[in-house]
Design a protein around this ligand. Structure first.
Ligand code: NAG
Length: 416
């Protein structure tokens, strides 16, 4: 989509209702107050969302100044904030998940390796799999994306041998996708898609030992120690984990193993309980417990909290209609906590159907993250790769000759 364009036209505030700081003040389909309280001004983030943003740069000087916008042609650009801890107006990272090596993984941490469907074109036996490499090249080149998350099952990587070495054949195929990602110039998240489990039992709490899990990460980090754009995603969607402190110790074991393997400075993302829910991250104790996870030198440099959030009626990411932008319920309170604690987060799964409601709400949500890019490093949509248009949350582009066509949602909200 075209970059956000602002034109400046100041309207004096009047007796009409005024929106509070961080509240919505404009956008397609919005009918509430368009004037902001004193000390803030209405900044358009995209066609679907404008937000009252603190700052004195609204001009005019009166209370309730409004920055109105247009969304078609290019004229002036304006730095959207006047200060106050918010970011540059654009998160550092944006991209999509390239799924397929995780197919066959269930939420109990079983992964049927016969059911993987890798987005690696020359994958046997048919050598006609989806072209994940081409998709990433397209996203990087045409949509200015710069991060891809590459889910994979633990069982696949070690060929079902818990505690064993990376399987050279299986890891070789996965590494093809990783290398294809790196060759675009993007950052590449290695995501172990196991829900904190191996075959039904939780790591460090009745299932695999922390040592077995750390050894997996030691081996992976050894392979990629010299790749600054590799991002280590410790685990996908822990849930129903009985003891969050014990889980944080498991995460710590993985972090220590990665750093000690020579990957001393790359990003590592730390997942909390409750399917990494951005809304539950503070209340379920994940934020406090994971705050104790440190690098070997005692710092938290590049240890990034990893959250997920969907926008459908039950936050499951299984419906094509969206009902919320998650801002008031999740991303605003989390931003406050992150700022207070001097930490950052990344949203590594979010998305919706290719519907009008999801276009509205997903764009609003991502605009909020962009607006708060001091604490939100970025977002990664779910999902492209081996999905196709029969999947509710499909973000897979379709190829025609040398050109690719994005899904409606990818084009509206994730492309930049
Ligand atoms: C969780 O585990 C820690 C040790 O890691 C222990 O001290 C604590 O009592 C446990 N909490 C619960 C609720 O069992």
């Amino acid at each position: 989509m075209p970059s956000v364009v602002l034109s400046l036209a100041f309207l004096a505030g009047s007796a009409i209702a005024q929106q509070s700081v961080w509240g919505q003040c404009g956008g397609i389909g919005y009918s509430g107050p368009t004037s902001c309280v004193s000390g803030s001004c209405c900044v358009t983030l995209n066609a679907y969302y404008a937000q009252c943003t603190p700052g004195t740069g609204c001009g005019g000087g009166g209370s309730g100044t409004t920055l109105t916008t247009k969304t078609t042609t290019t004229t002036a650009t304006a730095t959207p904030t006047g200060g106050g801890g918010v970011g540059s107006g654009k998160t550092r990272f944006a991209g999509v998940n390239i799924a397929g090596f995780d197919f066959g993984c269930g939420t109990d941490g079983t992964c049927n390796t016969a059911k993987v469907y890798p987005p690696v074109k020359n994958y046997p036996p048919d050598y006609n799999h989806p072209d994940g490499a081409g998709q990433m090249q397209h996203f990087y080149r045409d949509d200015n994306m710069n991060i891809f998350r590459l889910p994979v099952g633990w069982q696949y990587l070690v060929n079902n041998n818990l505690g064993g070495s990376l399987d050279s054949t299986n890891f070789g195929y996965y590494d093809q996708l990783v290398q294809a990602c790196l060759s675009t110039g993007a950052y590449c998240i290695i995501d172990i898609h196991n829900y904190a489990r191996w075959n039904g039992a939780i790591i460090g709490q009745g299932g695999p030992t922390n040592e077995q899990f750390a050894d997996l990460w030691r081996q992976i980090a050894t392979k990629y120690a010299n790749q600054p754009r590799i991002w280590f995603g410790i685990m996908n969607e822990p849930h129903d984990v009985p003891n969050i402190s014990t889980w944080a110790a498991t995460v710590q074991a993985a972090v220590t193993a990665i750093r000690n393997a020579g990957a001393t400075s790359q990003f590592i993302s730390l997942p909390g309980n409750d399917w990494q829910s951005a809304a539950a991250f503070i209340s379920d104790g994940s934020a406090a417990a994971l705050s104790a996870v440190k690098n070997p030198d005692g710092s938290t440099t590049n240890l990034i909290f990893d959250v997920h959030k969907y926008l459908d009626s039950d936050n499951s990411g299984t419906h094509t209609e969206c009902v919320t932008n998650n801002i008031d319920s999740a991303f605003a309170p989390l931003a406050t906590w992150l700022r207070q604690n001097n930490r950052q987060a990344i949203l590594t799964e979010t998305g919706g159907g290719n519907t009008a409601s999801c276009q509205t709400y997903v764009c609003q949500q991502l605009a909020y993250l962009n607006q708060n890019s001091d604490v939100y490093l970025g977002y990664v949509g779910w999902a492209a790769g081996s999905f196709d248009s029969t999947y509710e949350l499909d973000l897979t582009p379709t190829q025609n000759g040398n050109s690719w066509t994005d899904t409606a949602l990818a084009k509206a909200c994730f492309a930049r």
